[in-house]
Design a protein around this ligand. Structure first.
Ligand SMILES: [Zn+2]
Length: 250
């Protein structure tokens, strides 16, 4: 007798699949990139100054250079997926729309919401005649479909070196309408979800894209955070514990 195969898909893989599927439907191209990166792609090309505290702030895993690589630019484990955008813009001219999920590394203490290795996803689109309203409608569409609910999106001003202006993105709570005691939004009705902004003209210039002619929008967030929200998981460390009691629920 043929045994029926029991296929389980890890929640992180599910979320990455959802991200790719939803953005692919909106016309985005899926882009992959290296986990071992040079300082140029991870920081310099993204307008992070040499002495900027972000290089320490992110507590980067720098790779010890071996004798064989004397004189070669120092390397690090990617601290964010934005470097993939630079690789892509070097080879492709606008208009463009890409989505890049990938592993990132930061040397920090682990707790219920922090891991040293985690997954980010990053989106970028460069076109003429687009505005923040375009970014808002793209994100709105994504969250509506991801949470299978009518989700509202709001922007709050923030700072990231590679965008100007930058924004924190909040979404309306998918569990309640701002009720006291809600474990997801803590009664505020809003959930902090990702960062976004208008691509800094310096970054476009570095890539040979004329910022007077083209506008770029970028957004990025944590895959684990989306998975924790969607599936009600309260400790990020569970994803990488190898505990089958977690995976067997999916
Ligand atoms: Zn709520």
């Amino acid at each position: 007798m043929e045994k029926k195969q029991d296929i389980r898909v890890h929640p992180i893989t599910r979320v990455i699949d959802d991200i790719n599927r939803i953005f692919f439907k909106m016309g985005f191209t899926l882009v992959d990139g290296p986990e071992l990166e040079t300082e140029y792609y991870n920081f310099d090309a993204l307008n992070v100054p040499k002495d900027h505290p972000a290089r320490d702030m992110q507590d980067t895993f720098w790779i010890k250079p071996s004798k064989d690589f004397a004189g070669v630019e120092r390397r690090l484990m990617t601290t964010q997926t934005s470097a993939m955008q630079i690789h892509y813009m070097e080879k492709n001219k606008p208009p463009l729309a890409i989505i890049c999920p990938g592993k990132t590394y930061r040397h920090e203490a682990t707790d219920a919401t922090h891991e040293m290795q985690f997954q980010q996803f990053e989106g970028l689109f460069v076109d003429k005649n687009i505005s923040l309203a375009t970014l808002k409608s793209v994100l709105n569409k994504f969250f509506d479909e991801f949470f299978e609910k009518d989700i509202e999106v709001r922007f709050r001003p923030s700072y990231f070196p590679f965008v100007e202006p930058g924004a924190e993105i909040d979404i309306s709570c998918f569990k309640c309408k701002g009720e006291a005691g809600c474990p997801v939004c803590h009664g505020t009705g809003w959930i902090e979800i990702m960062g976004a902004g208008v691509v800094h003209p310096k970054v476009l210039n570095t890539m040979g894209i004329n910022p007077n002619e083209w506008r770029g929008f970028a957004f990025g967030g944590s895959v684990e955070r989306l998975a924790m929200l969607k599936y009600g998981i309260d400790d990020i460390r569970l994803f990488y514990s190898g505990d089958l009691r977690l995976v067997n629920q999916f």
